[in-house]
Design a protein around this ligand. Structure first.
Ligand code: AMP
Length: 398
């Protein structure tokens, strides 16, 4: 079956058409600046050139219409008619406590996702706009929602509760949810396959390190803890997000700088993390260039803090699982940053982790990067959230 995978943001939309039998990507691309002047479609058929075309996209429906037209285009299309699309899989960010699994999208499901909008105001409404647009253009095609939060619904209460009055959990569901669940689930399952071991018997730590970053402890096939919380701001230092911070610091800065809560949240989300510490960039390539080539102290400081925080979470999750069998590095930096992996693993000698410097040169490929005698196996393992969404969609649609 061909599955159209849609990841819809407020002004952009990424798509992939995946054949679920071969797991091959038939075409992929994105629509940028939807509803804004200068919108463009980027489209790439498998084995073909990437095409960029300026096109008017006042609405998401218009954008998806352009994607569908491109997929059936006589010259560069990859299918003859839209009937060849068997299902659409939508990335949905926040399913709250309502969704512990992917689900076929019905009107009741849409209403339930809408009720989680307050928990992810930037993402959920945009995701649902994508769902509505697809429903309008492909009314007969089944749609499936795959949630970033679902995989972490197995976290025990002791891991997801904050140390605040319980009434806030009772009344408002203020708790830790975790994100990047589709990626953590995909990578932890894939590594079990590569290891030839039952998923239900492994203790795995997945480090999803990209612009947004999180670590997840997967014990016996279940997420038992992860570093993001109620929102994707908690946990690791990220490109522009602070990660863990004493709430007392927020009050202190607000008073000193005369800032509103909204302004402070904007700083913690958009001007902090490695960008905030370095003052150089949120992009790890820029920072690694500045740190390793130019020996820039601000870039070194930011990367040191980033590596240290990841290592600290790994240590916490080894404790939470009473051991670890495999550690996986994934996402933009995890897959492509040998220096990042090496620096983080340099903290893990106490676990008997030893890295093979030759193997660790790998970028963007599945590979064991630890030495044969390392007590814990370490992998570079590219994530594939789109394939995971396509597989979950086929499982439900049948
Ligand atoms: P993601 O959010 O997973 O797309 O990851 C984006 C981050 O990955 C950016 O900070 C990039 O700089 C980083 N990244 C991508 N390619 C490389 C690379 N070759 N070396 C180091 N970092 C990279």
């Amino acid at each position: 079956m061909n599955v159209l995978v849609i990841n819809c943001g407020s002004s952009s939309l990424k798509f992939q058409l995946i054949n679920s039998e071969t797991e091959g990507v038939l075409a992929k691309g994105l629509c940028e600046r939807i509803g804004i002047e200068g919108s463009q479609l980027v489209y790439q058929p498998a084995g073909g050139e990437k095409e960029k075309s300026l096109a008017s996209m006042p609405t998401h429906t218009q954008a998806i219409k352009l994607v569908l037209d491109a997929l059936v285009n006589e010259k560069t299309g990859v299918i003859k008619s839209l009937h060849e699309i068997g299902a659409v899989g939508h990335r949905l960010v926040h399913g709250g406590e309502k969704f512990a699994n992917s689900t076929i999208i019905t009107e009741e499901v849409i209403a339930a996702v809408e009720s989680c909008n307050e928990l992810a105001p930037l993402h959920n409404p945009a995701n649902l706009i994508g769902v509505r647009a697809c429903q309008e253009l492909m009314p007969e095609v089944p749609m499936v929602g795959v949630f970033d939060t679902a995989f972490h619904q197995t976290m025990p209460e002791k891991a997801y509760l904050y140390g605040i009055p319980y009434e806030y959990y009772d009344k408002y569901k203020v708790r830790r949810y975790g994100f990047h669940g589709t990626s953590h689930s995909y990578v932890s399952k894939r590594v079990a396959q590569l290891e030839g071991k039952p998923y239900e018997e492994l203790k795995t730590i997945v480090c999803h390190l990209g612009n947004g970053s999180s670590v997840c402890a997967v014990k016996n096939g279940k997420s038992i803890d992860t570093s993001m919380g109620l929102t994707p701001l908690e946990g690791l230092l990220m490109g522009t997000r602070s990660g863990d911070i004493d709430p007392g610091a927020i009050e202190y800065i607000a008073k000193k700088e005369n800032l509103s809560l909204e302004e402070i949240m904007n700083i913690l989300n958009k001007k902090s993390g490695v960008l905030g510490i370095s003052g150089i960039s949120s992009d790890f390539r820029d920072l690694e260039d500045a740190a390793f080539k130019a020996k820039d102290p601000a870039a070194i400081r930011a990367l040191d803090a980033f590596h240290y925080r990841v290592a600290k979470y790994i240590g916490a999750y080894v404790a939470a699982m009473n051991g670890v069998d495999v550690i996986c590095f994934t996402a933009g930096v995890g897959e492509n940053g040998p220096e990042t992996r090496e620096e983080i693993c340099s903290y893990l000698g106490y676990l008997g982790v030893t890295i093979d410097p030759e193997a660790n040169k790998v970028r963007g490929k599945e590979q064991v990067i630890s030495t044969p005698d390392s007590r814990v196996k370490v992998y570079c393992l590219p994530t594939n959230e789109e394939l995971a969404i396509a597989k979950a969609t086929v499982e439900l649609v049948g």
